[in-house]
Design a binder for this molecule. Structure first.
Ligand SMILES: Cc1cc2nc3c(=O)[nH]c(=O)nc-3n(C[C@H](O)[C@H](O)[C@H](O)COP(=O)(O)OP(=O)(O)OC[C@H]3O[C@@H](n4cnc5c(N)ncnc54)[C@H](O)[C@@H]3O)c2cc1C
Length: 315
């Protein structure tokens, strides 16, 4: 069955870039398409100044991580293309056809496999100050940015958790790894009585008043402003916003789990045959190191399924 390429990777974040590298090294014909290269607004960690916690890449700007990755790919003859994958369909002869749009132009490319590495998008609530501090002093992952706001660098030693659901309240004890004091902001939500009692017995403090805004100096959080203009000074606010999967994933109608992650089998294949997925889209925790590993896993599974198909006629 003739196709123009073996694999189209959708998304050049850590997962897609690592997958493309290993696929190229397995001598697959690979194309990688990404919405925005270094446009920070088009990347999950785009607002973070530095990416932390990956050995060898710790404290490096996310755009630098991507630039280094693209260099590795160029060495294997793979270029990251600007464009948006808008559809993946199967032709009557069974070949996968991928639509790539670039401005007013669009092309359809045939391929044996597709790898969706398009990540998730955080939908921040319209709380003044949250977007401005996001990825530096307000964030969802303490392992990513907690270290820099703790220890000797701490101003108040106090962290807050903006919790709009009970699950978020339950994570509070974790933050004592970095903070001397933890305050749970429920923004009007009444916390379960037993949970609150257990937390307060462990010196975790509750503020149930409505949160009006965050006071900040550029990307540095200074205080949470509550109704009545009462302020609580803080170094960090942890918040886990809702996430969306992007228009392409919705269009394909892939199976998703109760957490909203795309369901894949042990070989990273989704509910659509020949279409694989990896990275934040399918896995937690959400960190670069997991996305890299997941991308590597997907590339190996795809290379092996193509090799088996070519030699044995089945995967
Ligand atoms: C604020 C913040 C800070 C973070 N800081 C850290 C940190 O310090 N250390 C760490 O380890 N982790 C950090 N993370 C987590 C980390 O960024 C993610 O786990 C990681 O980026 C996931 O990689 P990915 O490749 O799955 O997806 P992404 O990095 O989100 O990449 C997906 C790519 O797909 C592209 N795309 C989407 N749809 C399409 C389409 N239809 N066609 C073409 N391209 C498309 C997007 O433009 C994007 O470039 C942070 C996350 C956030 C939100």
């Amino acid at each position: 069955m003739h196709t123009e390429v073996d694999l189209i990777v959708v998304g050049a974040g850590p997962a897609g870039l690592e997958a493309a590298l290993l696929a190229a090294r397995a001598r697959l014909r690979v194309r990688v398409v990404d919405l925005g290269r270094d446009d920070a607004s088009l990347r999950r960690n785009g607002r973070a100044v530095l990416a932390e916690g990956t050995v060898g890449l710790d404290h490096v700007a996310p755009s630098e991580v991507r630039a280094r990755a693209r260099e590795s790919l160029e060495r294997h003859g793979v270029h990251v293309e600007l464009g948006e994958v808008t559809d993946v369909g199967r032709r009557d002869d069974g070949v996968l056809a991928v639509t790539i749009a670039d401005g007013a132009r669009s092309e359809v490319v045939t391929t044996r496999r597709v790898l969706l590495a398009s990540g998730l998008v955080d939908v921040l609530p319209p709380l003044p100050g949250l977007a401005e501090t996001w990825g530096v002093s307000s964030f969802s992952c303490p392992y990513c940015h907690g270290y820099e706001r703790s220890g000797e660098a701490a101003r108040t030693g106090r962290w807050g958790v903006l919790a709009h659901e009970v699950g978020a309240l339950k994570t509070a004890p974790l933050y004592t790894r970095w903070a001397r004091e933890v305050v749970l902001f429920t923004d009007g939500l009444e916390p379960p009585r037993e949970l609150r009692a257990a937390h307060e017995a462990a010196d975790l403090r509750y503020e149930t008043a409505v949160v009006r805004a965050l006071r900040h100096d550029e990307d540095r959080l200074e205080a949470v402003v509550l109704e009545g203009d009462r302020e609580v000074a803080l170094d960090v606010l942890v918040h886990r916003p809702p996430r969306t999967r992007g228009a392409l994933i919705e269009r394909l109608g892939l199976a998703v789990d109760p957490q909203g992650l795309v369901v894949v089998d042990g070989r990273t294949e989704t509910s659509m045959k020949g279409v694989h997925a990896c990275g934040d889209l399918t896995t937690t925790p959400h960190q670069i190191v997991f996305a890299l590993a997941d991308g590597a896993h997907a590339a190996m599974a795809i290379a092996s399924s193509i090799a088996f198909e070519d030699t044995l006629g089945r995967r």
